[in-house]
Design a protein around this ligand. Sequence first.
Ligand code: SIN
Ligand code: MN
Length: 240
Amino acid sequence: MSWEPQGCVKASPLELRPGAFLWRALLSNDEQIDLLSQTMTRVARAPFFRPRMPRTGAPFSVEMSNFGALGWVSDQTNGYRYEPRHPETGDVWPDIPPALLRLWGELANYPVPPEACLVNFYRGSARMGLHQDRDEAALDAPVLSISLGDDAIFCFGGPMRGETTSSITIASGDVVLMGGPARLCRHGINRIHVGSSSLIPDGGRINLTMRRVKLPEIGTAGQRTDRPPNAPLSAGTGRG
Ligand code: SIN
Ligand code: MN
């Protein structure tokens, strides 16, 4: 699994560990306001739901929604998986905001767009335990995540259980990428600092995580057919 970050015109990232990068304040305040608005318009159609743990059925403290052709869901019976429809409304997910697809095009160094954008909403004491993102076939694609709203303590370690972890505070407008040797690194959110940002009117933190789920299809000439490498991402191409 090889992965190198693409050059970013706006800023240099901090390398958290090999393959894991943090861009501080990559989104300006205006971009954050716009992305929040794009997010909430879509969440009005795909409302936040509370996934449940496989087997125990315990509810997550984080509320979730998804954008894109595939959304990540979890419930007691069928566990972690991607589904094309919202588990409560039965509707297909809204499209991924074009600004997010542009960010993927700038940073992901991957020839096709993501099909999935998980939307995590943290309020109060909501947190996310250490886990790996490994429900995707396309593990050669990085995971790219954007924070909006309250600061959060992001915890990350290696791919093996029991490896030492480190923590760093991430803030609204920050972008994290985990690819190559960090694609399967364990990560989570210990807690959020309630009230540290006024971006979200009722408070809290929203994290938008883009992932490529399926391996790109290979055409008869051995080329990927989903999208030619480096083709520009046009506005409104919400479905991977
Ligand atoms: C996740 O791993 O799904 C979310 C991470 C975050 O909220 O920053
Ligand atoms: Mn994750």
